[in-house]
Design a protein around this ligand. Structure first.
Ligand SMILES: Nc1ncnc2c1ncn2[C@@H]1O[C@H](COP(=O)(O)OP(=O)(O)O)[C@@H](O)[C@H]1O
Ligand SMILES: N[C@@H](CCOP(=O)(O)O)C(=O)O
Length: 328
């Protein structure tokens, strides 16, 4: 999560409010970005979902019903990320709200590298877009532009919007993304530790530039990774080698870095999920996925006794953000 977008106070004057009583629900998948060498460009949607319901009010109030992740700690005012993103999205669409009831069931763990902030802004912007009249609504590319701007990089928001494996890139003022079909043998396994690392802090650890050799090595692996993910999973281990970010961040997530090194030595394609500290294994088939779960259990029991890990065998979500309009 990078950008805080603010609306000038005077711009709200004269802007129509979305009528009260509109009700939409959006379901958005968690995402694992980077996948090793795909820093700020590759991301995979996972079958772990946050659900956001937004109702427009005319009371001027903000009401919150929060459950799951962050229910006790997230702010219950205009500084809540979902409220900020809805407010900004409505502004860009030529509207404002006159009060909101936010009901959020957050399953995606926060600050763990599974794209929770991207999940939140995609849900919010998608909901805002569904709340305005049909003639004012925009397409999913518009959602990609705004949410990438909010996040500062497109690699989480693209798979959260479109589902599947998203390959994203950036021109000076425009984000683009396309999807590739993941081979059915590829099974994502995540090990989520009980400590957090904010994406902002993890990005601050990266150098301003890297050498030509590292860039060349990384290009080769990123190209190989797409082939491995889509057609030849036997190349997943080689294709997930990264030269741009993981080594610089390792000290900030030592237990995760140790687990990844051990998994890779044992032949599993393990990487840092997003900016960490979650560990992602891209398993080649059910047997390897089961073996990865077992390996993680045994390694962490013996080597990271102070860290609690939640290990989940997931699947690739191919639907992306789904919106349901209850009342308009
Ligand atoms: N569903 C949500 N509702 C409100 N704020 C959220 C939500 N999800 C994430 N956030 C905010 O984003 C922060 C995590 O963002 P970030 O550091 O980018 O980690 P992550 O890897 O989980 O995206 C949380 O601490 C919280 O402030
Ligand atoms: N490319 C970004 C991805 C951040 O993902 P998150 O899930 O940790 O927010 C980065 O590596 O900083």
């Amino acid at each position: 999560m990078e950008t805080t977008l603010t609306i000038p106070a005077e711009s709200a004057a004269g802007t129509p409010a979305v009528p009260a009583g509109q009700l939409v629900t959006v379901r958005v998948p968690a995402t694992s970005a980077n996948l090793g060498p795909g820093y700020d460009s590759l991301g995979l949607a996972l079958t772990l979902f946050d659900t956001l319901t937004v109702e427009t009010l005319d009371s001027g109030e903000l009401e919150f019903e929060l459950s799951g992740e962050g229910a006790e700690s997230l702010p219950r005012d205009a500084s809540h990320l979902v409220v900020k993103a809805i407010t900004e999205a409505l502004h860009r669409l030529g509207f404002r709200h006159a009060g909101l009831r936010i009901t959020a069931d957050n399953i995606n763990p926060h600050g763990r590298g599974l794209g929770s902030s991207a999940c939140a802004v995609v849900a919010a912007v998608t909901a805002a877009n569904a709340l305005v009249p049909a003639g004012s609504r925009q397409d999913r590319d518009w959602v990609l532009q705004l949410t990438s701007e909010m996040e500062g990089h497109p690699d989480n928001v693209a798979p959260a919007i479109f589902g599947g494996l998203a390959l994203s890139w950036q021109d000076s003022d425009r984000y683009s993304s396309t999807c590739a079909a993941v081979a059915s043998a590829v099974i994502p396994v995540v090990a989520v530790p009980d400590f957090e690392l904010s994406t902002e802090a993890a990005r601050a650890l990266l150098p301003a530039s890297v050498g030509h050799h590292a860039a060349a090595m990384n290009s080769g692996r990123a190209a190989l990774l797409i082939h491995a993910l889509t057609q030849k999973p036997e190349f997943l281990l080689a294709g997930t080698e990264d030269y741009l970010h993981q080594s610089y961040r390792a000290e900030a997530m030592r237990p995760s870095a140790d687990l990844i090194a051990a998994l890779r030595r044992a032949g599993f394609a393990a990487v840092v999920s997003g900016a960490g500290p979650t560990v992602l294994v891209l398993a080649n088939g059910e047997d390897q996925a089961a073996a990865a779960v077992e390996f993680i259990g045994a390694f962490t029991a013996g080597n990271t006794p102070d860290v609690g890990w939640r290990v989940m065998k997931l699947a690739v979500d191919v639907e992306g953000a789904k919106v349901e309009v209850h009342r308009r």
